[in-house]
Design a protein around this ligand. Structure first.
Ligand code: ADP
Ligand code: NA
Length: 323
């Protein structure tokens, strides 16, 4: 189980932190992936663009390789049981803990005039999404680790108070560690809303990709052989490891260690490899996005599967709680 909010264009961080794992997991597990429109309301209360955004994000999911016949692809607000479970879990979540959440503090800083209760209880709604399907594996990027820990806390409180209903969910990635895709400016991570010039979106044109990569932060190169890389240089190598061939990466590693590296060449190569990676996804998403009838059918089918799973869980929950 996992979800992504329809709050902007999907980017390389969403792909490598989340979507890439979704695509592999759908072959091995029963999966639920949803477009988190209720979560979007905590930061984007205006719903004028919401439907368009939901369709776009869904199209991008399918363009990345998700198959609606394998995984359930649905829209969060279509499954009302989510809100019911969210309500019960709220009684097991404490204000002090919620206020200490990193994402809450970050978002509250960005929207001081709209520090709503939904923003505070964001991790509770996320726990409801996961527990609604009694899911154990949650494919997400590194930024979500703290939320998963909170989900486990609510599971333990619920099971302790009312009886064993939920398994403990864990953040999941096929690699050894959870992924954090860095931004091109050497500071922070790629993100839907911040530093758009330092984030590569799955919808970026070839030209835009090349321009952004060209402007990535570098310097005049190392002067001492085998020196430690500054963070912003390490990040360029990290990005290269996502999309470039092994021998290409090795060449630039060697050049770095010999102090012969030319960052202009490295960024040219990275730009081309990024274009080769992103262009087919972008083109596929554009084609799907315009087929509203198809996208609606996908969401209806997904919601049906999700409701069946949710109803079974909620029957256990109400029985355990004596409701
Ligand atoms: P939301 O608004 O849904 O939180 P995000 O774009 O922040 O959307 O995250 C959606 C998914 O993409 C989450 O699993 C998150 O961990 C992952 N993700 C977002 N940014 C990155 C990044 N830079 N590196 C790795 N994973 C990321
Ligand atoms: Na996030």
């Amino acid at each position: 189980m996992s979800g992504i909010r329809p709050t902007g264009f999907l980017h390389l961080g969403n792909y490598f932190g989340a979507l890439r794992n979704f695509v592999r997991m759908q072959e091995e597990y029963p999966c639920f992936f949803m477009v988190a429109d209720l979560h979007a309301l905590t930061t984007h209360p205006d719903t004028k663009e919401l439907k368009t955004n939901i369709h776009r994000v869904l199209a991008e999911h399918i363009a990345c390789g998700l198959d609606p016949d394998k995984a359930a692809l649905y829209c969060q607000s279509h499954v009302f049981e989510t809100s019911e479970l969210y309500l019960y879990l709220n009684m097991l979540a404490y204000k002090g803990e919620l206020e200490k959440t990193t994402t809450f503090k970050d978002k509250a800083r960005l929207q001081p005039d709209n520090i709503n209760a939904g923003l505070l209880t964001y991790p509770v709604l996320q726990a409801a999404d996961i527990l609604l399907h009694r899911a154990a594996l949650v494919p997400v990027g590194k930024d979500q680790e703290q939320h998963l820990e909170m989900s486990r806390t609510y599971v333990n409180r619920f099971n302790h108070r009312y009886g064993e209903v939920f398994p403990e969910p864990f953040a999941f990635n096929y690699g050894e560690q959870l992924v954090k895709v860095p931004s091109l400016d050497g500071a922070g991570k790629m993100s839907k809303s911040e530093n758009q010039n330092a984030t590569l979106y799955l919808s970026d044109t070839d030209k835009l990709i090349l321009d952004k990569v060209k402007k990535a932060k570098t310097d005049s190169g190392p002067t001492v052989p085998n020196s430690v890389k500054p963070d912003y240089i390490e990040n360029i190598f990290l990005l290269m490891k996502l999309v470039s061939k092994e021998e290409v990466i090795k060449k630039f590693e060697d050049d770095y260690n010999n102090c012969t590296i030319r960052y202009g060449d490295m960024k040219k190569q990275l730009g081309e490899d990024m274009v080769n990676f992103i262009a087919p996804i972008r083109e596929k998403a554009e084609a799907i996005r315009n087929d509203e009838k198809y996208l609606k059918a996908v969401m209806e089918k997904g919601a049906d599967k999700a409701r069946t799973s949710a109803k079974a869980t909620m029957a256990l929950v109400r029985e355990a709680m004596g409701l």
